[in-house]
Design a protein around this ligand. Structure first.
Ligand SMILES: Nc1ncnc2c1ncn2[C@@H]1O[C@H](COP(=O)(O)OP(=O)(O)OP(=O)(O)O)[C@@H](O)[C@H]1O
Length: 835
């Protein structure tokens, strides 16, 4: 690779390795799963990098010595050769390019022009060979011969490049016809499974074709091919490229790009026969850490389509009852799996698709976790291409709301002189109003946010200044309020008196609802008149639906309160808080029970008064006037004009005297109706149904949002794992620990070890640069890669080392295994040190 070549190029949309100019790469490297964009042709040296691979010097010299013979074709990585054959259509005996193929060698074009090469070599503009490869080649006479041979073929490589360009630029035709397939040497053919069978399921030339067509015979050969995986011996392009006789490369060089992009064909027989070298069985039996029991494989052969048409699977899926799943899951888990130590990051085997559908034949694969699958209602109806990054995450409004709440909860006063009270510390005053209103409780009152040292939770403390407790039973009356657990009432936890403020104060401890405001602040706040270009600002008219929402919520609160033999006593705008959009809660219940204990009226009277106060509240809010109830005629006229008769009728019922002649829902019904909360609820039943329905919709939307966040948290967990593993300094072999002779785990973490792939993968995901060397910050690419890693797909990616000298082809599946086993190693190491 020439200096300045982008190390990690922005991938095509499908995140497949760029085949670029090297049809070579398209054919010899694992076949990309989707077409590569033409953009990669702007990176002429990307293909050069594909020719190199990780190679130890020992492997290198081995390859070098063997490359001196023309019969040394099999010394190329046999697994890579197998892959090449699988992905490259061929037509033995009918190859118009056959005569030329001995000249063309993709590995030559990849390998020539090392940093040690001469200037004349550089003139050929052939991509450089990895430095370490060239050096080891020159270190022995055989290697030197190889290098010489390589140089002599450099020109041929350039020719090859031109020939390839011609192929690309030529008229589109049947890609299969353009496939070069020179007859192999007898030994090679004996050892090679015909790729026509692999690709098309059969070979039309079976009678004359020299390759093996019976897969069972393949395994009997002495030179049984190894599968290509990350543990396979590396391929060194230098030696291969110096050998001009490497016809297999030539063959692949003539492959049409169409052929390279052909879909993988998996013959039916391969799905069932275990002995058949199917795509699945090509995975190494021992790779990464096979002891990983709880790792659920992603089997691409069993795609979503297969699952959907599998009647067994469908039956299982249909009979699956999510509401009884937990017991089923635990049964499955206990019977089928060894339960190990709890690992928060470990994949839960009981939640995998295989566990749910364990009896479904062929339903082995885990769900396609890499798909963002829409759940719940789709409020926007946008098409896939219209969606943006926002669609992956929580909506801005919800995020902002939650973040504000979190921020306000964390607020502390820097120079606070407010003392801690009992177990409550870090008191922060929420009462910002300069005017203190004594009329409500008869005492000046303050509201503080505080943290309890008992449970670490936040609470709101309401303090009534200079309160003198004359009767012990008064404060005990707050006990009854602890039992009121209603969504429209701020829950009371305790009440006590204190002298911590220097006076005798009554403290009522309630739930804290961050970023809430009172209905008085919401609807009656004095705001300066705003004018926009001479027009008055939009009116503060409160929509009727909001008013019905308030009515229903407070009615629900009153039902709970009255049902417990209590009365709210205080239903006024400043003592009702708005905790989120249209969500209100009664906030000062129980206080008057303590403060006015001796002067309390009979309960039915107080309960009737609650309804009256509710009627006045709605009347005032609807009129936008805190004292609207003082002029009933005028206020009701406004209601008549601005709202429906139904609302007017409801308000009238609430504010009317105790004995009414009709229920609010049936004004024409004669007779006296007892005025209580049950009658009222019956009267507004239709509105309750409407409000209930809109609440259900809101809940669905939130669940949908939560589901999306679940995806994000899955990605976050994956990233956490990756970062736990990547570049751990204490496990990096390049950083020698002085005095340490023990063969530590460092070798596992060295640049030649398994974890190296994870490091390169991190670069591939996050440190990509474009053809101009500019950083690529593509969220879709990151999500795409991480989701595929999580799913462990078979798709392969090309990882380039930081020195741009090595290229690794590795599948997400292998990366996932590597990540899982590395992380498990870490956990084990942590446990050992803890012993
Ligand atoms: N439980 C609570 N959780 C969070 N914030 C609260 C809670 N109770 C009250 N607040 C906030 O504290 C502030 C003061 O509340 P308070 O009930 O004293 O209202 P106020 O407008 O000061 O009424 P008044 O002056 O008539 O007593 C309001 O902004 C309110 O939103």
């Amino acid at each position: 690779m020439l200096p300045g070549t982008p190390r990690h190029h922005a991938p095509p949309p499908s995140s497949t390795p760029p085949p670029t100019k090297a049809a070579t790469a398209a054919a010899d490297l694992p076949r990309p799963s989707s077409p590569s964009p033409p953009a990669h042709r702007q990176q002429p040296h990307a293909s050069a990098s594909t020719g190199s691979d990780t190679t130890t010097s020992a492997e290198l010299s081995e390859l070098t010595s063997s490359s001196s013979s023309r019969d040394s074709i099999p010394t190329l990585d046999p697994a890579a050769e197998l892959r090449r054959r699988e992905t490259t259509p061929q037509k033995p005996g009918k190859n118009p390019r056959r005569a030329k193929t001995h000249k063309t060698n993709k590995w030559t074009s990849n390998g020539a022009g090392s940093s040690d090469s001469t200037g004349s070599e550089r003139k050929t503009s052939v991509p450089q060979v990895p430095r370490h490869t060239a050096q080891s080649a020159a270190s022995s006479p055989q290697s030197a011969r190889s290098l010489q041979r390589q140089q002599s073929h450099t020109h041929a490589a350039v020719q090859q490049g031109r020939a390839m360009a011609t192929t690309y630029g030529g008229p589109a035709g049947d890609s299969r016809r353009g496939v070069a397939s020179p007859r192999p040497k007898g030994r090679e053919a004996k050892n090679t499974f015909c790729r026509n069978v692999t690709i098309y399921g059969h070979c039309r030339y079976e009678n004359t074709c020299p390759y093996i067509h019976d897969s069972t015979k393949l395994g009997q050969n002495e030179n049984k091919m190894k599968r290509f995986n990350v543990d396979s011996p590396s391929f060194t392009p230098l030696q291969a490229s110096t050998n001009g006789a490497l016809t297999p490369s030539s063959r692949s060089a003539a492959i049409s790009p169409k052929a390279a992009n052909a879909a993988i064909f998996t013959p039916k027989s391969q799905r069932s026969a275990a002995s058949t070298p199917s795509l699945q069985t090509k995975e190494p039996a021992v790779e990464w850490h096979p002891q990983q029991q709880d790792f659920t494989e992603f089997v691409p052969g069993q795609t979503f389509d297969n699952q959907m048409v599998d009647p067994n699977a469908q039956a299982q899926a249909l009979s699956y009852d999510p509401f009884t799943a937990s017991s089923a899951i635990s049964a499955i888990t206990s019977s089928g799996h060894q339960t190990g130590a709890i690992n928060p990051y470990a994949q839960d085997p009981s939640l995998s698709g295989a566990s749910y559908f364990q009896n479904a034949g062929g339903f082995q694969s885990s769900p396609a976790y890499h798909l963002y699958w829409p759940v719940g209602p789709q409020p926007t109806g946008l098409l896939a291409y219209q969606r943006t990054a926002h669609d992956f995450f929580i909506p801005d409004s919800v995020r902002e709301d939650l973040q504000k709440k979190a921020e306000i909860s964390r607020q502390v006063a820097s120079n606070s002189s407010i003392p801690p009270i009992e177990q409550f510390h870090s008191l922060f005053c929420l009462d910002t109003s300069p005017q203190k209103n004594q009329s409500i409780f008869g005492y000046t009152n303050w509201v503080y946010k505080a943290v309890s040292s008992k449970d670490g939770n936040m609470y709101a403390l309401r303090r009534l200044e200079n309160f003198r407790l004359t009767n012990e039973t008064a404060i005990r009356s707050a006990q009854a309020w602890k039992r009121i657990l209603n969504g429209s009432v701020v829950t009371i936890h305790e009440a006590f008196t204190t002298r911590a403020f220097g006076d005798s104060s009554l403290i009522i401890v309630t739930d804290y609802h961050p970023n809430s405001k009172t209905l008085a602040e919401e609807h009656f706040k004095q705001v300066p008149m705003q004018r926009y270009h001479g027009r008055q600002a939009a009116s503060s008219h409160v929509p009727e639906q909001v008013l019905w929402g308030y009515l229903v919520q407070i009615a629900s609160a009153l039902k709970a309160i009255h049902g417990s033999g209590l009365a709210a006593r205080l239903i006024t705008p400043s003592k009702i808080i708005l905790t989120s959009k249209n969500r209100i809660r009664l906030n000062a219940c129980g206080i008057l029970d303590v403060v006015q204990h001796e002067t309390a009226r009979p309960l039915p009277e107080m309960q009737a008064d609650d309804l009256l106060q509710l009627g006045r509240l709605i009347l005032c809010i609807a009129n936008g006037n805190l004292s609207a109830h003082l002029n009933m005629q005028k206020s009701m006229d406004y209601i008549t004009r601005s709202y429906t008769a139904r609302l007017k009728e409801c308000i009238q019922w609430l504010v009317s005297p105790q004995a009414s002649t009709s229920a609010p829902s049936s004004p024409t019904t004669p007779g006296t109706v007892h005025k209580d909360i049950d009658t009222f609820l019956g009267g507004i039943a239709d509105q309750m149904a409407t409000v209930f329905d809109s609440e259900l919709h809101a809940q669905d939307t939130l669940t949908n949002t939560l589901a999306r966040e679940l995806e994000s948290s899955r990605i976050a967990r994956l990233l956490i794992k990756l970062n736990f593993v990547n570049e751990r300094p204490e496990l990096d072999a390049s950083q020698h620990v002085p005095g340490s002779t023990a063969p530590t785990a460092s070798s596992l973490w060295a640049e030649t070890g398994d974890r190296y792939y994870l490091k390169l993968f991190r670069d591939y995901v996050f440190h990509q640069v474009d053809a101009n060397g500019h950083p690529v910050t593509n969220l879709a690419h990151v999500l795409d890669c991480l989701n595929k890693l999580d799913a462990g797909t078979e798709e392969k990616i090309m990882l380039v080392s930081r020195d741009e000298q090595n290229v690794l082809i590795v599948s997400y599946r292998e990366l996932k295994r590597g990540l899982e086993s590395s992380f498990q190693d870490l956990i084990r190491a942590g446990r050992q040190s803890g012993k």
